[in-house]
Design a protein around this ligand. Structure first.
Ligand SMILES: [Zn+2]
Ligand SMILES: [Zn+2]
Length: 419
């Protein structure tokens, strides 16, 4: 294990700028110990579908590849000022002890979780204080009266998290201590705490499906933000990607998470795929309940599908969702939705619906102070799904003019595509 830290340093000292994704690997928060509010602890019979391993991302796969088992990342990431992300790099493998190299799986029990069990009221006396309110607002295209679910909270979840700053002499410490903290205040990542922030999002109540391509299939909308969805448990899901200077990784393979599969980025606690194990009131049989919403407004449900069995990627599309009957706003209806499960990318892989980034991520905390929210605010996520020689130019022009509406831009892209 002596080379563990060496390897960690090699991975974690990338020259990446105020790193978007790497930031994911910069700061983590944890739900340590065994005393997290675990729904399984309520009865002696655990969910028989509870996984012991998670599939890892495929070695060498492009994160821009919109495919089942993969991600669909927007080239917008490469246009962010100081972005460290070259557009031609691939998903790589870490060799940390919790990775089964032969099977390319993550051994859940081998994750050196961030220790501790912290009630979030010890971070802020308000504790978990999320409200979700039905409202109407004007979208970025200037259309009034759009129905939204308005999320407002402090970013703290309704479950216990690990101890941050990460404490010396705990299993996760060497990994965090080897990472840069991203600021003079926090020279190394082990020093970074979790704090409250302005957790706020307008999620469309009536999702708008992306246009269909020539094959009749709904075009996948690549992800152009760090946050991909908001949970009813008070904290966001981040994109399943972390980067070094030269490679991109599945975050859970590149840095220990806490026992709720969360960690802080920029002092903001957020979650990744397997976090569902800490969500309360999800039951042990039948379809999993709703856990939250993707930025496009479609629901994110737990790992049991409509038949009550753990859902697999073979049952899901490129965006990690499908259309089936689920409980939606109090009624059983057939509607598109996402699932979290044990197979990469675990949660949202791309967007089935149009994302209005400026509404979904309406403040600098939600955009991490980066410019992508502004840059893509007027660009439908679908725009980058369509191969275009001039795509980057289109985006630069759009960012510069700030004038086109979503629908004007969509028309332009689609017209180009149909030529
Ligand atoms: Zn993360
Ligand atoms: Zn389903």
């Amino acid at each position: 294990m002596t080379n563990r830290k060496t390897h960690c340093k090699a991975f974690a000292k990338p020259a990446f700028a105020p790193g978007l994704l790497l930031a994911s690997t910069l700061i983590l928060a944890a739900c340590g110990g065994g005393s997290i509010p675990d729904p399984d602890a309520e009865t002696p019979t655990a969910d028989p579908g509870t996984p012991t391993t998670l599939t890892n991302s495929a070695n060498g796969m492009s994160p821009f590849l919109c495919a089942v088992n993969g991600l669909c990342l927007s080239p917008v990431f490469g246009l962010i000022p100081k972005s460290p992300l070259p557009l031609n790099t691939q998903l790589a493998q870490s060799t940390y002890p919790w990775i089964d190299q032969a099977q390319n799986t993550i051994l859940i029990s081998a994750m050196p979780y961030v220790s501790g069990t912290v009630n979030v009221k010890n971070i802020d006396p308000a504790g978990f204080n999320l409200t979700i309110t039905d409202t109407t607002s004007t979208n970025t295209a200037g259309i009034n009266g759009i129905p939204y679910r308005y999320f407002k909270g402090n970013g703290l979840p309704n479950f216990a998290i690990g101890t941050f700053p990460v404490q010396p002499n705990t299993p996760a410490y060497p990994y965090y201590n080897a990472l840069p903290g991203g600021s003079d205040l926090y020279p190394t990542a082990d020093l970074i705490p979790v704090s409250t922030y302005n957790f706020e999002s307008y999620i469309p109540k009536t999702p708008l499906e992306n246009p269909k391509g020539p094959d009749g299939q709904v075009l996948p909308g690549p992800i152009a933000s760090l946050i991909v969805g908001v949970s009813i448990h008070g904290t966001p899901w981040h994109i399943e990607l972390a980067n070094s200077a030269t490679s991109w990784y599945n975050p859970a393979s590149a840095l220990p998470l806490d026992q709720c599969w969360g960690h802080p980025y920029n002092k903001q606690y957020h979650i990744h795929g397997y976090s569902w194990k800490c969500f309360p009131n999800q039951g042990k049989s039948g379809p999993s309940p709703l856990f939250g919403y993707a930025l496009d407004g479609y629901g994110i449900y737990g790992p049991r599908g409509e038949d009550g069995q753990m859902i697999t990627n073979t049952q899901l599309d490129k965006c990690h969702g499908h259309t089936a009957s689920v409980m939606w706003d109090g009624k059983m209806i057939s509607i598109y939705h996402y699932h979290v499960n044990r197979e990469y990318p675990y949660s949202v892989g791309c967007f089935h619906g149009v994302v209005d980034y400026a509404k979904a991520l309406p403040n600098s905390d939600m955009t991490q102070g980066l410019d992508y929210g502004k840059i893509v605010g007027l660009i439908p996520s679908i725009a980058t799904a369509i191969p275009s020689q001039n795509l980057e130019q289109d985006i630069k022009i759009l960012a510069a003019t700030d004038q086109l509406t979503i629908f004007q831009f969509l028309s332009k892209i689609i017209n180009n595509f149909l030529k």
